[in-house]
Write a protein that binds this ligand. Structure first.
Ligand code: FA5
Length: 336
């Protein structure tokens, strides 16, 4: 028996040297100390031994058990302490490279700061919106063909994911009345086929001013000033007639594509222009539905494509990078 025990300890000691991982540790423990191990077998044979042998082997078995356990644990701890351990030290200064603002957040902040400086309130609205605010209150009743202009994600509860930030026009007029100057940066959703300039989840920034004697020259002045501030230079823009049921007259404001400098590329679909910020004079029906008297007040509104604005500002040729979560994309905008 003594010889057998000696061999057992030698084998276990040799094998313990190969412990590298937690799995190795657990396996060797089970093999030499577990219920089905040789040592366990010896220990259960104690009951059939003479009193004299019990006295001799009982303490020996226990000693071997404890020694092997300590040996395995020792090899395991040495193995893991040798590896690089991840420690959390809250006193280490933050790594300057870690974390940055998303480019859309940067542009949204720049624009809302500009608008705040000239007296705009910054509001927000729900992303899950009702048919009423997304369409009806904007002069788009049920079955109106203009509903097809924006492919809508309908929800099981009859609500929808807002297709634009314009619903907040009605919400703001109902809440604050007129006069009002407000802007709304926010996420919008459209059931669109994706390409270099179309996402199904993107950001817009709504702007609206309602007051006495507001005219088209006011909207053009605000738009041009805003774009100049964001781009930090005069950008080439063009205004052309555009149809939106909630404005009359309505305009499309396009900006010369900064990816190809207006020469034509896949981002602008070879047109040299990017549709950036439709705008117009708020339709009298919209004012009326939200409780503002169109005889007394007029107003303008615009719906800036914020994600596209970030594309143009940072010369990002494909919109799909924004939602990719790819850190190599986001690292380019290490701005706080
Ligand atoms: C609207 O959403 C109107 N609510 C804008 C408006 C507001 C008009 C107030 C008049 C008065 P439109 O569908 O064109 O309009 O979208 C506005 C801008 O959002 C576009 O010019 C474009 O810059 C951006 N945009 C539209 N669809 C997408 C898309 N799929 N991916 C990325 N940007 C988009």
């Amino acid at each position: 028996m003594k010889e057998e025990l000696k061999n057992l300890v030698e084998m276990a000691t040799e094998e313990a040297k190969s412990i590298k991982t937690e799995n190795d540790y657990l396996n060797i423990k089970s093999k030499y100390l577990g219920k089905k191990s040789k040592l366990s077998e010896y220990m259960s044979s104690l009951k059939d031994m003479t009193v004299e042998d019990k006295k001799k082997y009982g303490p020996l078995f226990n000693k071997i058990k404890n020694d092997l356990e300590a040996l395995f644990t020792n090899y395991y701890e040495n193995a893991i302490n040798g590896e690089e351990k991840i420690t959390f030290d809250p006193t280490i200064p933050a790594d300057e490279k870690n974390g940055s603002l998303h480019p859309v957040t940067i542009v949204a902040k720049e624009i809302t700061d500009i608008l705040k400086n000239i007296g705009f309130m910054v509001l927000e609205g729900p992303e899950m919106e009702s048919d009423y605010y997304n369409f009806v209150a904007l002069n788009v009743p049920k079955n109106h063909p203009a509903r097809d202009m924006q492919d809508t994600y309908w929800l099981d509860n009859g609500a929808l994911l807002r297709t634009h930030t314009s619903p907040v026009q009605a919400r703001a007029m109902e809440k604050y009345g007129a006069p009002i100057k407000m802007c709304v940066p926010g996420r919008v959703f459209r059931n669109e086929d994706l390409d270099a300039s179309h996402e199904n989840t993107f950001f817009q920034l709504e702007g609206m001013v309602i007051d006495k004697n507001i005219s088209i020259s006011n909207v053009i002045y605000v738009m041009k000033g805003m774009l100049r501030e964001v781009f930090k230079q005069d950008v080439e823009v063009r205004l052309r007639p555009g149809f939106f049921p909630f404005v009359e007259p309505g305009f499309e404001l396009d900006c010369s594509c900064t990816i190809c400098n207006g020469k034509g590329c896949p981002t602008c679909k070879n047109s040299g222009w990017i549709e950036l910020c439709p705008c117009g004079m708020v339709h009298p029906e919209v004012l009326k539905m939200s409780g503002v008297d169109p005889e007394e007040y007029t107003g303008f509104a615009f719906g800036l494509g914020l994600t596209r604005m970030a594309m143009m500002k940072y010369k990002i040729s494909d919109i799909r990078g924004f939602n990719s979560g790819d850190l190599r994309f986001l690292d380019q905008f290490n701005v706080r």
